[in-house]
Design a protein around this ligand. Structure first.
Ligand SMILES: NC(=O)c1ccc[n+]([C@@H]2O[C@H](COP(=O)([O-])OP(=O)(O)OC[C@H]3O[C@@H](n4cnc5c(N)ncnc54)[C@H](OP(=O)(O)O)[C@@H]3O)[C@@H](O)[C@H]2O)c1
Length: 350
């Protein structure tokens, strides 16, 4: 097979330009994937805007991958050519990123897409799910950032384990927030309180939230409302927005001995910090050696979780125009979307 099309970020803070990339050869335990749909994430525009996370340019970005197996590396037994699969790409490893027509994936951190789920729906899942999963369930060994240290919800011992314990997900309508709500529901947490625009309340209740509060209320009001709903001590808070106001609210809500996971770097007021309340900045990448065991365990159960409806994909909005269509779509994402994932189709590039 000859070259393929890829969308390059030319330099730090540079422009996105369509070009060609070599076709990759899968090594042992790897697969070559023909990418049919890719989900867009805030990191994709943030890398361009802030020049963060990567140093090697020109760069190929994109994290969420759904497509078909094109070629199997040595020893791969889980798939055959043509299987529909989803996987999470690796930022900075350009043979494993999504804004191109073909990429490599690992056998153990990918999963078959069940019948009834489209490539677009599947492409909404990987990063959001992996972020929430690592932050909530990592066993702590060499973890980057931190972990809430819960027993994984997809394992028999973890399912329903935390029945009757309250939990809060701040900003539940984003991709990460939706994944956190669904996993925490499987873990048994109740009440499961989230904040969001109220237009998303019904949907978030379908995913498992028991209470949805207006995220635009002042923090003092949210604090009081959440305290009223959660009568028992709050030992787990998941902040899927990570802004200073959400992190400070989440930290105030935590009981002694509790842990807060946040999607952005620590913004808790240093004056509030006490030794018996932990907060950490999560780092999602299940393809990293430190997270691979958890990633493999999650992806090993993912097809079943999607088949049973225990995990549901995000709402989808397709950005037209193939790889080049990603450029205006990232602008749209940067300006803010509500409860929807933008996806693009690399094979439609002309
Ligand atoms: N650390 C990591 O490993 C990691 C991994 C993935 C993502 N992230 C970060 O996590 C954040 C969320 O990512 P995502 O993919 O879930 O984003 P997303 O799907 O684009 O999130 C959109 C949601 O954010 C909510 N929102 C917007 N402004 C808000 C505010 N001021 N306060 C609270 N919520 C607000 C909106 O809620 P409503 O619609 O309800 O208004 C919207 O539904 C991003 O900053 C991303 O960079 C970090």
């Amino acid at each position: 097979m000859s070259d393929q099309k890829a969308l390059y970020l030319t330099e730090k803070h540079g422009a996105f330009v369509l070009g060609t990339a070599p076709m990759y050869k899968p090594g042992p335990g790897e697969i070559l994937i023909r990418i049919e749909s890719t989900g867009l994430n805030p990191a994709d525009w943030a890398i361009q805007t802030y020049g963060m996370l990567i140093e090697k340019y020109p760069a190929i970005l994109g994290i969420d991958i759904a497509g078909t197996v094109e070629e199997l590396g040595e020893g791969v037994t889980r798939y055959k050519k043509g299987d529909r699969i989803l996987t999470k790409g690796t930022i900075g490893k350009y043979e494993r990123t999504a804004f191109q027509q073909y990429a490599l994936g690992y056998e153990d951190t990918s999963a078959k897409i069940p019948e009834g789920l489209s490539f677009d729906q599947a492409a909404t899942i990987p990063l959001g799910l992996c972020t929430a999963a690592v932050a909530l369930y990592h066993d702590g060994v060499n973890v980057i950032g931190g972990t809430c240290g819960l027993t994984p919800a997809w394992e028999d011992e973890g399912r329903g384990k935390y029945e009757g314990r309250p939990v809060v997900v701040l900003s539940g309508a984003g991709s990460v927030g939706q994944a956190a709500i669904q996993l925490l529901k499987l873990s048994g947490f109740n009440p499961l309180i989230t904040t969001a625009s109220l237009s998303n309340a019904e949907y978030l209740k379908q995913l498992g939230a028991t209470h949805v509060l207006d995220r635009k209320l002042p923090s003092e009001e949210l604090y009081k409302e959440i305290r009223k709903i959660a009568s028992k001590p709050l030992t787990t808070v998941f902040d899927a927005a990570g802004f200073p106001e959400t992190q400070n609210l989440g930290y105030d809500l935590l009981a002694s001995g509790g842990t807060m996971a946040a999607v952005r770097p620590d913004a808790v007021n240093p004056d509030k910090k006490v030794d018996d309340k932990k907060s950490f900045f999560m780092y999602a990448d299940v393809t990293l050696p430190q997270n691979r065991k958890l990633g493999a365990s999650l992806f090993g159960k993912l097809t079943e979780l999607l088949e049973t409806g225990d995990l549901k994909p995000n709402h989808v909005e397709v950005a037209p125009g193939g790889l080049e269509g990603i450029i205006p779509a990232l602008e749209k994402l940067k300006n803010g979307v509500s409860c929807v994932k933008l996806v693009a189709h690399p094979q439609e590039s002309t």
